[in-house]
Write a protein that binds this ligand. Structure first.
Ligand code: SAM
Ligand code: SF4
Length: 469
């Protein structure tokens, strides 16, 4: 445990995030005592260990006069650097993203780029030399930032709309998202759809009143297409905001047939996901997808050429070797969808894999898979265009969306870079209001649990109305 006995503990939870990333660290390595504070012109962080009696490292950082908020940011940054370097030294392990623990490395990179005066050096230098991010990952981040630049939302009145549908055919073993298996929760679909429609009607009046332009609509899940054409069609009828980009994250190939594709097209949907996760039949069985490889190929054939298609893959699925992953990636590339998103397995509470004690800590194989994906996809004409990181990911790696040129999903960029206001509806929907002048984001969250959401719809509507008005 890190002991903050001398410090006031205000940074402890953030710093523990960093410590957790060191899979190889034992209790001995983690028995650190940290003291910090101003030392003349510098900020000094001292790290010692009661398990290694002679061990003490002192770090000195440049320090100035800051307001309260900035002081905290600066101190936390220095503490992270000091603890990261100490743990690298003690464990002999270094991490691809160095001391960074956040979800959005590209957003951070852009912020550092925009504040050269404060950092005193280029963003590249800060990431490599201060945060100890590997050159490979900095290259990935920089490539994404470059691809995103012309696509970033500059119009204050351009918003996105997000609609969440929490139902799925079955629960996949790795998944910790809010998802209700339809065989047990079918009865909730109709009242849920009714609530969504009430929210969407209210959103329509907010959009009209504030004279907003909707840039992208994203219907996500769960598996929106699992509820069937009739009920999903009723929702989509209320999603006509005139947006150029309209995604329905269909996802599970076993929920996509010709009738579904025709219905989506009739409502103006421009992009769907047909998610293999893997092209290995054995793994599909292990992860409980309850569909075969043939279903993926059939669903894709139905959508191809009619709308843009994204395919999600996951590296480090149970029992998969590097060759298994390479086979899945090569198959996806051969099919040539507009987008391919490569996730690295993360093990969050609530997934069956986590409960079963599956171990995803083989960092070397994880890196090999993710590096292969980058090389293969970029050689095949895809460019990485958005990324995010999750806690408890194999090898501390990342999730990256790749797109053919001009086929990038704006919603994915907007949500990761947090430069667009998002009106969200449905259970688990989190609306975000961006104050561009003050660079502030405020949030309004609906209840996460779908039944609670349905029961409390009047309150959800009232909160949504107050938030946007
Ligand atoms: C919100 S899920 C919905 C997708 C859709 N229901 C499906 O399963 O095809 C979006 C994506 O997150 C990824 N994902 C979910 N859980 C994951 C995990 N534990 N590790 C890595 N990726 C994960 C999967 O690739 C999944 O397609
Ligand atoms: S991965 Fe997709 S289909 Fe599987 S449980 Fe999660 S949201 Fe549902």
């Amino acid at each position: 445990m890190i002991d903050f006995s001398i410090a006031k503990d205000e940074y402890a939870s953030d710093l523990m995030e960093l410590v957790r990333l060191f899979e190889g660290a034992t209790d001995e390595h983690l028995s650190l005592a940290v003291d910090y504070g101003k030392d003349g012109e510098a900020f000094k962080v001292g790290v010692s260990s009661d398990k290694f009696s002679e061990f003490r490292k002192n770090f000195y950082f440049p320090y100035g006069e800051y307001g309260e908020l900035m002081r905290k940011r600066v101190e936390k940054r220095y503490l992270k650097i000091a603890i990261y370097r100490t743990l690298c030294f003690l464990t002999g392990v270094s991490l691809p993203y160095g001391c960074l623990t956040g979800i959005r490395p590209t957003k951070l990179y852009t912020e550092v780029q925009g504040d050269r005066e404060f950092y005193g050096k280029s963003a590249h230098d800060v990431f490599v030399n201060d945060y100890d991010v590997s050159e490979d990952k900095v290259e990935l981040i920089e490539r994404i930032v470059d691809v995103q630049r012309p696509l970033r939302n500059k119009a204050a009145k351009a918003y996105d709309v997000f609609v969440f549908i929490p139902f799925c055919p079955t629960k996949c073993a790795y998944c910790s998202f809010v998802s209700l298996p339809l065989d047990k929760r079918r009865k909730l679909v109709e009242p849920y759809v009714d609530c969504l429609i009430r929210e969407l009607e209210q959103i329509k009046s907010i959009v009209a009143k504030k004279k907003l332009k909707i840039r992208a609509v994203y219907v996500g899940g769960g598996t929106p297409t699992s509820i069937g054409c009739e009920q999903l069609g009723r929702v989509l009828e209320h999603c006509r905001f005139g947006a150029k980009e309209f995604t329905v994250e269909a996802g599970r190939p076993d929920t996509i047939d010709k009738e579904m594709i025709d219905m989506l097209l009739s409502h103006g949907v421009t992009r769907i996901s047909v998610n293999p996760q893997t092209f290995n039949a054995k793994t599909l069985e292990i992860i409980g997808r309850k569909h075969g490889v043939g279903d993926i190929i059939n669903a894709y054939a139905l959508a191809k050429g009619k709308m843009d298609v994204n395919m999600d893959l996951i590296a480090m699925l149970p029992n998969e070797s590097f060759e298994d992953f390479r086979y899945s990636l090569d198959t996806a590339v051969a099919l040539s969808p507009e987008n391919i998103t490569v996730h690295t397995l993360y093990m969050k509470k609530g997934s069956a894999l986590k409960l079963d004690g599956y171990d995803n800590t083989d960092c070397e194989t994880a890196s090999k898979m993710v590096d292969y994906a980058y090389k293969k996809l970029t050689a095949a004409g895809y460019a990485p265009y958005y990324m995010y990181r999750q806690k408890y990911t194999s090898g501390n790696l990342e999730n990256v969306g790749y797109a053919k040129q001009g086929k990038e999903c704006l919603y994915n960029i907007d949500i990761m870079e947090e430069d667009t206001s998002i009106i969200a509806c449905g259970a688990n929907g989190i609306s975000k209001k961006l104050d561009r002048k003050r660079n502030l984001i405020t949030r309004c969250a609906n209840y996460k649990e779908p039944l609670e959401y349905v029961k409390s719809i009047d309150l959800m509507l009232q909160r949504q109305a107050e938030f946007w008005n």
